[in-house]
Design a protein around this ligand. Structure first.
Ligand code: NDP
Length: 285
């Protein structure tokens, strides 16, 4: 392997240290309300990690596990209740939600100043204008990773694969803010047979799809910085979307999966919580 590993844990630990200190400077321990609908195993696993990290930072994590058959309107009512609860600083809705509930619709009802995931249209809009205090956690995690190696994105050819609302789209905006030249690939890129060509030109490649082995190692440009956001369960192992071994022979930096983006996402969620809690306290005083 030639590539250096881009490990999220090291960056995450630094962020968590700062968050811990910020929590101490708040008048009260911040409270994160976490809504879990049903018992999806990956959501449950994520909730466990969030609760553990929150506890280690002095943050109160309140889990609300709701019935799988809850309606969209009932879930919206629940969010409105948490908006009105002044003891709650931040609200997170775990995904995946049942198929008949529209995640983005639910996010519209989270009060923007309690939206720790940066998914309310107001907060998404602020990302577009380069004025975001709270941006989507995973997109932000990728930016932190790139920043941790001192990468100057100005004029760089950056290719993102995946255009979801939680990763690809906000990330494209954050990268544009740094004057990267951004190409966003998606299902139609693959269907048109053009994915390989785009990936091959990437000086920085970020993949967030959820398909093991989608990106072949031989497609990686020599010396590229490669971030694999994907999480896939394959033969009892967790792997990303990129063929790791062969990609690592060509890249300059590559994230391991697990251990790349994942640990950072939770740290940034907690940082967002402290940010909103601080802002709420300052408007009260
Ligand atoms: P989504 O399913 O919402 O989005 C996947 C994206 O990939 C879509 O834009 C989709 O396009 C695109 N896509 C699907 N198939 C192809 C293909 N063959 N070629 C090119 N693009 C394709 O997933 P998320 O964005 O929520 O998550 C992506 C991955 O990242 C998942 O594995 C998820 O588990 C992981 N993840 C990891 C996090 C972490 O902290 N490490 C946090 C969040 C997500 P279209 O919609 O047009 O079909």
């Amino acid at each position: 392997m030639l590539a250096k590993l881009l490990e999220g844990k090291i960056v995450a630990d630094k962020i968590k240290e700062k968050v811990k200190n910020s929590v101490l400077s708040l008048r009260q321990a911040p409270v994160l309300a976490s809504i879990l609908v049903g018992d999806n195993p990956s959501a449950l696993a994520y909730v466990k990690i969030q609760a553990k990290v929150a506890q280690s930072l002095g943050i109160t994590y309140k889990l609300y596990q709701l019935e799988q058959n809850i309606s969209q309107d009932q879930l919206i009512d629940f969010v409105l209740k948490l908006n009105a609860d002044t003891s709650v600083n931040g609200i997170i809705v775990q995904v995946p939600l049942p198929p008949d509930i529209d995640y983005m619709k639910i996010c519209e009802f989270i009060q923007p100043n309690k939206d720790v995931e940066g998914m309310h249209p107001t907060n998404i809009g602020k990302v577009l204008f380069g004025k975001a205090r709270i941006a989507a956690c995973t997109a932000n995690a990728v930016m932190e990773l790139l920043d941790s190696i001192g990468l100057d994105l100005y004029g760089k050819e950056v290719v993102i694969v995946g255009h979801s609302e939680i990763v690809g789209k906000p990330l494209a905006m954050l990268l544009l803010e740094k004057f990267a030249t951004v190409t966003v690939c998606h299902i139609a890129t693959s269907k048109a047979g053009k994915l390989e060509d785009h990936v091959k030109r990437a000086e920085v490649l970020i993949v967030a799809v959820g398909q093991a082995g989608l990106i072949k190692g031989e497609w990686i440009k020599e010396g590229a910085v490669v971030v694999d956001v994907g999480i896939n369960h394959l033969n009892d192992k967790i792997v990303g979307d990129i063929e790791f071994e062969s990609a690592a022979k060509r890249a300059a930096y590559i994230t391991p999966v697990p251990g790349g983006v994942g640990p950072l996402t939770v740290a940034i969620l907690m940082r967002n919580l402290v940010e909103v809690a601080k802002a709420q306290q300052s408007t009260k005083s």
